[in-house]
Design a protein around this ligand. Sequence first.
Ligand code: GLN
Length: 462
Amino acid sequence: MKITIKETQEKLRKGEITVEDILSEFFARTKERNEEINAFLSVFDKTLNDIKSKDKNLPLYGAFFSVKDNILIKGERCSAGSRLLDHYIAPFDATVIRKIKEKGGVFIGKGNLDEFAMGSSTENSAFGPTRNPIDSERVPGGSSGGTAAAVADGMCNAGLGSDTGGSIRQPAAFCGVVGFKPTYGTVSRSGVMSMASSFDQVGPITNSVEDAETIFNAICGKDENDSVTSDLIRKKVKKDLKVGIPKEYFVEGMEEGVKEAIEKAIEKVEKAGIKVEEVSLPHTEYALPAYEIIMASEVSANLARYDGIRYGLEFDRPVAKTIKDAYLENRGEGFGKEAKRRIILGTYALSAGYYDAYYIKAQKIRSLIADDFKKVFQEVDALITPATPTLPFKIGEKVEDPLSMHLSDIFTVTANLAGLPAMCLPCGKKDKFYVGAQVLTDRFHEDTLFHLAKKLEEIWKQ
Ligand code: GLN
């Protein structure tokens, strides 16, 4: 049942439907579809009791979540899509989970993902790929592909993902739903498995911009368990917004169907009376290489904790003879190919002799990219770009070609490098597939972003 949180709330509050009805519809849909789509790694049976105990007036009453399986829900398995954590049970609630519980939301289950959130197709999951509900031969995007597919296919009406370089926005674009990555530091990462800590941010995947706003408002704010968090500094929304189109985002190699749809979408924006002008972000071409180096460096440090001592493979296996054997067995058998590739690359980039040439240089580029945005936001209030260079590709098509897989993130990584809020939403179609557009604003200007994105949603629906 494809329904927004808002519609669900209205129906529930008016008594048009009961929570039992809704839940049985979501569960029936999941039962019918999950075997093929593989959107959920686990489905909960306590959800009905949870929702019955909630106050109807809470802001997230009527929100039924798929939570990406790298976010901890106390007492439930949290696998990160990795064989290494197949048996891991979360000992506490992530801050975002605690907030959702307090504000009336409930959880349907945990969403499939690329191992430790590393990938753009959900094919790197140790528990099999998720399939795109629009065409099951194709990928749903990644790494939050399971959650995006569940929301798009009506198995739930809300999703929580994590975005390090595009993992909320790119699967939202491939599945035709809304995906929002907030300003870095506005949402707590406590209880979210770290991939690359200076980029990671939690955010919603939904069927409407308004639902994304509702969830964001419920989960944001300072958290003493995450020292980079701050309360959202609310900025005023200007009356007449000026939108920039960065010319560097219209690169060669963009699939024709995507290019056409996005150009048409921008024409519609102009016709609707919104001021649009071309702008330039000159360092854009260096964004993906800089992201790859910094991300892999942070991954290599963060994934060091999976050592077979604190976290590791199942406990009933024979005990390794030496500590080195324990490391080798757990990391050798536990991690998949992509995780190993990134650990090796990151360790290399951080090693003496290469640190300055790669890591420091990438950090310098990161500053240049942030400066580009700073300048451009003195001219315009928001930016519109394509979300992805291609339509959903076939399962297996890019698995053996990691470089071409990484190109999927070319338009999304810049927001993580600069810590900006960014949202992807459908702006048109090519055959049966949706094409996504991305809207960005300056840091902490989420209210402007929501205001504009709601307008765009209306304009692009027609
Ligand atoms: N697809 C990107 C990558 O593979 C982003 C991942 C993410 O945002 N978690 O690194």
